[in-house]
Design a protein around this ligand. Structure first.
Ligand SMILES: NC(=O)c1ccc[n+]([C@@H]2O[C@H](COP(=O)([O-])OP(=O)(O)OC[C@H]3O[C@@H](n4cnc5c(N)ncnc54)[C@H](OP(=O)(O)O)[C@@H]3O)[C@@H](O)[C@H]2O)c1
Length: 233
């Protein structure tokens, strides 16, 4: 039976590439994506709906750093009777600042978006009695080695890497596989925020990360035992 996948940040960048790759390659029947409402997101859903008429593309709209909005989106899944098989916690936010420039509210928002939201999504599904088969958390190599100027982002991703280890152990009882994927430099809008002067043509592309995710979602993916898979060129 074809499966249902939830991808946060599925409007552009790596998340959009994951949706496109899995639509092409895998037996996924329903794609639920979460991002904020935008023209780009609307066009992305329209394009995929017309390219793959036998698949369902269900866009949900939320700022996942906002607890009420995330809850509303998760309730929408229940209202529509959608059971999620695979979760890809991909949405991510960064606002690079030096230590003395960091605004505490922005730090908290970074943690809410990059760390607390992935937790809340998984916790909601578990509490609902619907543990997913697979959870993939997209962290970052910045979570392995902290980078100057990236304190809030690096700390949030380090937390996500560690949280994956805990979830991986705790969710075994449900038969849920939990994997962390840490990409290196990848040509997206987020990367532009971190490295505005870099030529995107010289670094890894979102489709490269998406190809790795596609393997993890496949049958052979079950054989990959890793807490933190680093993906980089
Ligand atoms: N690019 C890199 O070099 C790199 C390296 C390592 C890890 N990563 C990680 O890869 C993931 C994807 O990032 P990307 O590089 O593809 O960046 P991107 O092109 O900027 O895309 C980010 C995605 O996350 C969504 N998003 C961000 N904040 C959100 C929020 N508060 N609520 C809902 N959706 C939100 C965005 O949607 P809207 O803004 O449209 O709502 C968009 O779909 C992130 O977790 C990032 O940390 C990226």
């Amino acid at each position: 039976m074809s499966e249902t996948i939830l991808v946060t940040g599925g409007s552009k960048g790596i998340g959009a590439a994951i949706v496109e790759q899995l639509a092409r390659e895998r037996d996924v029947g329903t794609f639920v994506t979460i991002a904020r409402r935008s023209n780009e997101y609307g066009r992305f859903i329209e394009r995929n709906t017309s390219l793959y008429p036998d698949k369902n593309f269900i866009p949900l709209y939320a700022d996942i750093g906002n607890r009420d909005q995330l809850e509303f989106a998760m309730d929408e899944l229940a209202r529509r009777n959608i059971r999620v098989d695979t979760v890809v916690n991909n949405a991510g936010y960064t606002n690079p600042k030096s230590v003395n420039e960091i605004n505490i509210d922005d730090f908290l928002y970074t943690l809410k978006t990059n760390l607390v939201a992935p937790f809340s999504i998984v916790q909601t599904l578990i509490k609902r009695g619907q543990p997913p088969r697979l959870v993939i958390n997209i962290a970052s190599t910045a979570g392995i080695n902290g980078r100057p100027g990236w304190l809030t982002y690096s700390a949030s991703k380090a937390g996500l890497i560690n949280m994956t280890e805990v979830l991986r152990e705790e969710l075994k009882v449900y038969g849920t596989r939990v994997v962390c994927v840490s990409p290196g430099r990848c040509a997206t809008d987020l990367r532009k925020t971190l490295a505005p002067d870099e030529d995107p043509a010289t670094i890894m592309q979102p489709s490269d990360v998406a190809r790795v995710i596609s393997v993890l979602v496949s049958e052979v993916g079950h054989l990959i035992d890793s807490q933190n898979l680093v993906v980089r060129t």
